[in-house]
Design a protein around this ligand. Structure first.
Ligand SMILES: Nc1ncnc2c1ncn2[C@@H]1O[C@H](COP(=O)(O)OP(=O)(O)O)[C@@H](O)[C@H]1O
Ligand SMILES: [Mg+2]
Length: 259
């Protein structure tokens, strides 16, 4: 069982020590990592993925439940408590989506027959291009692949920690992903440029020059701002679908209230 992970400071790109004592992330936490391109977001999330022990470019160390993780946890893929999904994550197996999920569910000893369809339905909530159960995983688009793997990590996977490196596509991955992962009791860390995701997470890590600059916690106005942006997002989605379907817009959208 993983209760928490602790990030211990390393060094920024100039070799100066990072200015925090430690950062503790707990099961069920929703976290975003923000900062300009090149500021070290992927390096930080990779440190977590690798359970780094001073052996990466940042020299950070990651503890699990307050201790140095065992080699078994670090290097045995079956024991690894972490799943990371990036823009480049692909499914290589020559299987249909249904077979792919069945094999994973069987390996995880999940006997709920509905879980396959539930996972595909969930993935289809995240992506505009619908996945069918007989679609081969090798021909899924990047967006479909990421949607399927995130749904799989939530519904089938055992990993308590899910790391997502800039996976947002227009219109998907919003409140629902954050809520579902949170409800599943998993920890999720988003590297993101999406203001909605950044506002929806409880903890926000700000990166600069390869170092953690600040850690911020979601406040009340930010929760309201996230809601306003979500309403706006929905409207953009509605209009996008209408336009995609070749229609004219013949209705007025209600005004957004940025309370
Ligand atoms: N603390 C650090 N010390 C040395 N190199 C770093 C550090 N953090 C990041 N880098 C390097 O800087 C480059 C950009 O970092 P990256 O994590 O890819 O940025 P981002 O994901 O924010 O765009 C990478 O080559 C990475 O290995
Ligand atoms: Mg990156």
């Amino acid at each position: 069982m993983i209760f928490d992970i602790t990030i211990l400071p390393g060094f920024d790109k100039n070799g100066c020590k990072e200015q925090y004592t430690y950062i503790k992330l707990k099961a069920g936490d929703t976290v975003s990592i923000v900062g300009p391109t090149g500021s070290g977001k992927t390096a930080l999330i990779s440190d977590i993925e690798l359970l780094a022990q001073g052996d990466t470019s940042t020299k950070r160390r990651i503890f699990v439940n307050g201790e140095v993780p065992s080699d078994e946890i670090r290097f045995n893929p079956a024991m690894k408590p972490i799943v990371m999904i990036t823009q480049n994550t692909k499914c290589f197996a020559d299987l249909t989506t249904e077979e792919f999920l069945q094999i994973h569910a069987r390996a995880r000893k999940i006997y709920d027959k509905q879980v396959i369809q539930k996972t595909i339905d969930l993935a289809n909530n995240f992506t505009g291009e619908k996945i069918k159960k007989d679609t081969r995983v090798t021909v899924l688009s990047g967006g479909q692949t990421r949607s399927l793997l995130i749904a799989d990590a939530i519904m089938v996977g055992a990993s308590p920690i899910i790391l997502l490196d800039e996976i947002e596509n227009a219109g998907i991955f919003k409140q629902e992903v954050v809520n579902l992962i949170h409800k599943a009791g998993k920890m999720v860390v988003f590297v993101t440029h999406d203001p909605v995701i950044a506002l929806l997470t409880k903890t926000r890590i700000i990166m600069e020059n390869g170092a953690v600059k600040k850690v911020l916690y979601q406040n009340e106005p930010e929760i309201r701002a996230a809601q306003s942006l979500l309403e706006l997002d929905k409207k953009i989605g509605t209009i996008r679908e209408e336009l995609r379907a070749g229609k004219s817009i013949t209705f007025d959208l209600p005004a957004v209230n940025y309370a």
